[in-house]
Design a protein around this ligand. Sequence first.
Ligand SMILES: Cc1ncc(COP(=O)(O)O)c(C=O)c1O
Length: 433
Amino acid sequence: MERLDEYMSRSIEMFERAKRVTPGGVHSPVRAFKNVATYPRFIEKAEGCYLYDEDQKKYLDFCMSWGPLILGHQDPEIKEAVLSALDRGWSYGATERYSLELAEWLVDHVPHVEMVRFVSSGTEAVMSALRLARAATKKDKIVKFDGCYHGHVDSMLVASGSGLAEQAKPDSDGVSLSTAAETLVCPLGNLSALCEILDAHSVAAVIIEPLPANFGLLVQDQSFLEGVAYECKKRGVLLIFDEVISGFRVALGGMAERTGIKPDLVTYGKIIGGGFPVGAFGGRKEIMELLAPCGQVYQAGTLSGNPVAMVAGLSTLRKIKKNNPYGDLATKVQRLQTEAPTNTQSGAQIKTFAYGSLFWMVMSRSTIPDVITTPSDIPKDMKQLYGDFYPHLLERGVYLAPSGFEVGFMSMAHTDAHIDTLILSLREVAERF
Ligand SMILES: Cc1ncc(COP(=O)(O)O)c(C=O)c1O
């Protein structure tokens, strides 16, 4: 197919400028479009479900800032609430009404959150929850699952060692061997491997994305998640649900509500800040009260509970509750699943996997399994095919996540007409690809 970059001269020029002053030109790696055969677009503004770039091109957005914008860009109610908060100043570094109201809202609506503390990112939430779990259990090791992402916390940037109960090795330069040694990596879906690890080591907590959505969409069996909870409880190991993506996206109570499993601690990010930098961790009162100033676990933040971000999060959650969009979002995603093309002109297969408002398109020249639950189920050629397919969608004004390992996010701003456009664009590209 044709080369497509000619019309994006300002984005290219700005990206070259950015690379001179910022590593790789970006402030978060996947924004560099390394996995797709085109340049990153510099976005000038966003509204509803559209992005507008510096070259005046408009894109139908299904990345939605990587998940926080379940209401769409610039939702008028959130905007009004944020603007009125700004009128009262934007940081006090003191106790204030909005972090109180957001905390009360969470405790009232999420049964396993008896207490909560706000931070500024999902990474910070995970880092703090792990520290708390270690303090609560007086144990050091943490078990994570291969294929789950928990932000760039040192101890979570690890890959499996050679044996099941082996300690992990650093996945990133700069993570010390001793830090990596505190983490044990277990394969997703493998309960007996988890039991082996829990029996062989002194484990403080098991952390899991109950809906793994950072290595494609690896939907887990209910029985596996229940098994994880059971084996943790039996041994006095804390269970941490990382709901940075799934929290408030698949239900108000996230995957905990969908599965009926009550984690000891939960971490949030993304939707909880309505598009502003917020993270949170919460859970059982007696664990949360180990935090300073009640207890001896230190955790703090200059901008934690920032009032403008708290207002954005609170108004977002209130609007979600009022509109209960989950059925409608899932229906839209199901339409995409049934109507998206299933193969390309040159014979590659396409399958669309989905859960609630999340979707993931897999492409391969070999047979794609009907169920994908672990990273090793993902066809090896998926990354390359998606990367080649992607620019042609962008050219048609459709902006999916710029990596085949990332999921798509449906928002309340997407209408049936937008889904029509997505399906039509996918078909057009598939017919020529
Ligand atoms: C499940 C999960 N946990 C933690 C994080 C880290 O959150 P943040 O990027 O806000 O630091 C992410 C980010 O995508 C995530 O998806």
